[in-house]
Design a protein around this ligand. Structure first.
Ligand code: ATP
Length: 335
């Protein structure tokens, strides 16, 4: 289905969530970010973004008309997901507009039209409509917002005819957030720095997970503040994870899963540590906090084993979902 009212071209992109198979915090940087070494992989929970143009007949589809544009976002993510400027998909639209000069200064949302840019003639300005269908848990440490930013870059690059390469989009993505460059590319990657310096790594085979969503969200910034208070920089290396991925060895991967943010997250939410133990007791090969949490990931030897573990631990979580990794990257779908 097309985005509501879009009368011109329409582009749809599905984008997967990410998990961190390994995350080591090397320390706090002078710019207040943390220096990380992390192994990222996409997992089969998806958001779907459809973008389309509304405009006076013909006008919205003419490149000259796109130098002025309003952007309007709707989503089904509930009150925790912002609808205007604070939404990472809208920020990505602005960043792409500025970078490609397709849209001059008038990338505006509804509020900006009335408050900040009264001179913009709403009726004559084409609108890019964005419809976001959330399947990735919100504030779960699975990079849902970053995935949406990536989906916006990929879909609007097509809709607006910007003709940027995936590499160009990846570079642009770094200003939007640490996980966005990875979400533009997908697959499996080793990331360093604040998480934006990426190298794809070899992963053979498919891994099966129970994705366990906690009842209460956990704010990323609060987890890093707790890390600053309680934890010391670590020097753990990702070699065992990389080797397990190369060797399609689920058992070795289960043993090698590692996340330095667990200590900080567990200090804020002790029940997560108990839940991680329960996942191992229920038969998982290994379990780890996803990013800054609170989602926990349990690695299992097969899809059936993951379903069984999910059933055993269901009472502890808001939701358990069986998923596989890696899950590719952003992909176009029919509108
Ligand atoms: P982080 O990238 O900080 O680790 P996360 O992966 O834990 O985040 P997200 O689903 O990205 O979780 O949401 C974090 C916050 O980002 C939300 O609480 C929300 O306020 C904001 N946000 C902005 N854009 C989006 C979006 N498109 N989808 C979900 N949340 C968004």
């Amino acid at each position: 289905m097309r985005p509501e009212q879009a009368d011109g071209p329409c582009v749809a992109v599905v984008v997967p969530a990410k998990l961190n198979l390994f995350l080591s915090v090397r320390g706090r940087r002078p710019d207040a970010f943390h220096e990380l070494v992390t192994v990222l992989q996409t997992v089969s929970l998806y958001d779907r973004l459809r973008v389309g143009l509304i405009g006076p007949p013909g006008q919205g589809h003419h490149p000259a008309a796109r130098r002025r544009m309003r952007v309007r976002l709707s989503h089904n993510g509930g009150p925790a997901v912002p609808s205007a400027d604070a939404n990472l998909a809208v920020r990505a639209a602005r960043a792409l507009g500025h970078a490609t000069k397709v849209i001059d200064l008038a990338v505006v949302d509804e509020r900006a039209v009335t408050l900040a840019n009264p001179e913009v003639d709403a009726a004559a300005t084409p609108v890019t409509v964005m419809n976001l269908d959330k399947g990735i848990p919100v504030a779960g440490g699975m990079a849902g917002g970053s995935a949406d930013a990536a989906a916006a870059l990929v879909s609007l690059n097509e809709l607006w005819g910007c003709a940027l390469s995936r590499d160009d989009l990846r570079r642009l993505a770094a200003v939007l957030g640490s996980d966005v460059p990875f979400c533009v590319v997908g697959g499996t990657a080793l990331a360093t720095g604040r998480g934006t310096a990426l190298a794809q790594v070899l992963c053979r085979g498919t891994f099966h997970w129970v994705v366990c969503q906690a009842r209460e969200p956990l704010e990323t910034a609060a987890v890093y503040r707790a890390w600053d208070r309680h934890c010391r920089p670590s020097e753990v290396e990702p070699d065992a994870v990389l080797q397990a991925l190369r060797g399609r060895d689920a058992e070795a991967l289960g043993a090698a899963l590692h996340n330095d943010l667990e200590e900080a997250a567990f200090s804020l939410r002790p029940e997560l540590e108990d839940a991680k133990k329960a996942l191992i007791d229920a038969g998982a090969l290994g379990a780890v906090l996803s990013g800054s949490g609170p989602t926990l990931l349990a690695l299992c030897e097969s899809e059936q084993a993951a379903a069984a573990v999910g059933t055993r631990v269901r009472g502890r979580f808001a939701k358990t979902v069986v998923a596989h990794s890696p899950a590719g990257g952003p992909e176009f779908r029919p509108c």
